[in-house]
Ligand binder design. Structure first.
Ligand SMILES: Cc1ncc(COP(=O)(O)O)c(C=O)c1O
Length: 425
């Protein structure tokens, strides 16, 4: 029977969910009251180990004291002026210091907006309409983000499959290529260079790492064909390394989008790029053909900017990335050991503090190899873990670690995974 909270939530929200994507059955709906470190408590007082971490936004852990203190200092001084402020200026200077791509920046309030602006800029500067994305990639709730996101049909590349109703322009404005397949990507880019503005990619696509040479190959093709290369670093930024995927993989895009971990859990989005491209959003150009509209009421608000500066201060501390990578590698090993003990046929993928279990007998290198997996089993697993006090998103199987996780948290996860596997077979 649905709880009182679930009944109220189902009346207020479609599917009982306030912000989308969760997909919990009604009898499992609950409301979270508080988080600390890698733990959450719901309104009934039940404790959860958190392996979602605000979909990766709380990389420093929930209620990290340095971030809380910074927000508490700023709150009495005003929440939003919708104008340049010293907190956001200092934040921009720090991002410029570590992101070779972001020579100039602008702030918005989410990753979705950041990737949207990057695409608009690419279209504007090239005067062309189409963007190429990789199958299975998510770039936020805009058209490029939600098209061919989890396609059911294996359409011939580069034809897009609409994942969401209400996105008719995607059918004409998006092309889709297979992740990690440089030859096919090159053929599509060459064949459509005349109508393509740019390429958007997540350098570590969800949890599927790029094969050697793939990122460099796409970079070289974009340069050769005059296409704008957009990196969606909403997840990888400040997570794979302090300098994000640019530092980790040593490749520099033309435009870059940030969000999630940058804000330490507070709403933030940022995009940046080559100075000549970013100049298109300069308001001194309003009324001209070379002006791109950009405006965000909450972009760069001093609360989020202050939280972000404190977050970056935490991430800059010595040992941060050694911890995140060391723990992530150990966690993936522990997952493999647990799955093997239960004779579950599965792949464990990911890099840095990210992991994903895919019930497939074959290596996962792209969307179609993930799609072959037993997704119903994946969902049973996630719901079984949820019932055992592990908070994860049962729609997907992507697990986020944070600075608040340690080997004991990962071992507790694996114990509960073991019990769940025993139950679901
Ligand atoms: C790679 C990637 N890009 C963009 C986004 C969108 O960010 P937001 O939900 O802040 O709009 C997400 C969110 O999950 C993401 O994973």
């Amino acid at each position: 029977m649905a709880s009182e909270i679930a009944t109220r939530a189902l009346a207020a929200f479609p599917a009982g969910i306030s912000n989308g994507e969760f997909g919990l059955p009604p009898d499992a709906l609950m409301a979270i009251e508080r988080g600390e470190g890698a733990r959450l408590w719901d309104s009934a007082g039940r404790e959860y180990l958190d392996f979602s971490m605000g979909w990766g936004s709380a990389l420093v852990g929930h209620a990290r004291p340095e971030v809380v203190a910074a927000v508490v200092r700023q709150a009495p001084l005003g929440a939003n002026f919708a104008h340049l402020n010293t907190a956001v200026l200092e934040l921009a200077e720090e991002i410029r210091r570590v992101s070779p791509a972001a020579r100039r920046l602008r702030f918005c309030a989410s990753g979705t907006e950041a990737t949207m602006y990057c695409q608009r800029l690419a279209r504007a500067v090239t005067g062309k309409a189409r963007i190429l994305k990789f199958e299975g990639a998510y770039h936020g709730a805009n058209e490029a983000g939600v098209t061919s996101l989890f396609p059911a049909r294996n359409l011939d590349f580069p034809e897009p499959e609409l994942t969401s109703a209400g996105t008719p322009s995607a059918a004409h404005e998006l092309l889709v290529a297979p992740w990690n397949d440089l030859a096919s990507t090159a053929a599509i880019l060459r064949a459509h260079a005349g109508t393509l503005a740019g390429v958007i990619m997540e350098p570590l696509q969800r949890c599927t790492p790029p094969v050697p040479g793939f990122l460099e190959g796409v970079r070289a093709l974009c340069t050769e064909l005059g296409l704008v290369l957009i990196w969606d670093e909403v997840v990888t930024g400040f997570r794979l390394a302090y300098g994000g995927a640019q530092e980790y993989y040593g490749v520099v895009p033309d435009l870059v989008a940030y969000g999630k971990a940058l804000g330490g859990g507070y709403p933030i989005g940022a995009f940046g790029g080559r100075a000549d491209i970013m100049e298109w959003v300069s308001e001194h150009r309003i009324g001209r053909d070379d002006y791109v509209w950009m405006a965000s009421t909450l972009g760069g608000n001093p609360i989020s900017a202050t939280a972000a500066r404190a977050t970056l201060g935490v991430l800059r501390q010595p040992g941060t990335y050694e911890h995140l990578h060391g723990l992530g590698a150990r966690f993936r090993e522990m997952l493999r050991e647990t799955l093997a003990r239960r004779q579950a046929i599965a792949q464990v993928i990911g890099d840095g503090p990210l992991a994903q279990v895919v019930f497939s007998d074959r290596p996962v290198t792209d969307y179609r190899s993930t799609a072959r997996a037993d997704k119903a089993r994946g969902r049973r697993l996630m719901l079984g873990l949820f019932a055992r006090g592990v908070f994860i998103n049962p729609m997907g199987t992507k697990l986020y670690l944070s600075l608040a996780h340690d080997q004991a948290t990962c071992a507790a996860f694996c114990d509960r995974l073991d019990d769940t596997l025993a139950e679901i077979g």
